[in-house]
Design a protein around this ligand. Structure first.
Ligand code: FES
Length: 126
């Protein structure tokens, strides 16, 4: 059986995060400002080596999990996270925008949106 932890780790070691555009999504204390919830579940996305991608951090894009320029209307002015992967592959990108491992899903959506009682009933463990 494939655990949720294993699924969430797909592609984690193959990415180079480019920090430009990430500066504006942090407070002066270094705390990351998170966008609005676009979807309560992540999406599997096939990415190509060395291609530049822009992950939507504001949650307003209609092309989730990628940026469509909607952040220009975001009162928080959150910029997209630009990144590349080092090899072709399928990764799990966050769409709830609450992950602590941008742009990847870290299963925060499960902890946030599935009540603890239901997680216990379904035997979901972290
Ligand atoms: S979709 Fe899983 S942490 Fe955001």
């Amino acid at each position: 059986m494939l655990s949720l932890k294993t699924i969430s780790n797909i592609g984690f070691k193959t990415t180079t995060i480019l920090m430009q555009g990430f500066r504006n999504s942090s407070t002066s204390s270094g705390e990351v400002v998170k966008g609005v919830i676009a979807k309560k579940i992540p999406s599997f996305v096939k990415l190509q080596k060395d291609k530049m991608y822009s992950w939507c951090s504001c949650g307003l894009s209609k092309k989730q999990p990628f940026c469509d320029g909607s952040h220009k209307n975001d009162p928080q002015k959150l910029q997209p996270l630009r990144f590349k992967v080092e090899k072709d592959g399928i990764v799990l990108l966050c769409r709830c925008k609450q992950t602590n491992n941008r742009p990847y899903c870290d299963l925060t959506h499960i902890k946030t949106f599935i009540p603890e009682g239901l997680r216990k009933m379904l035997n979901i463990k972290f």
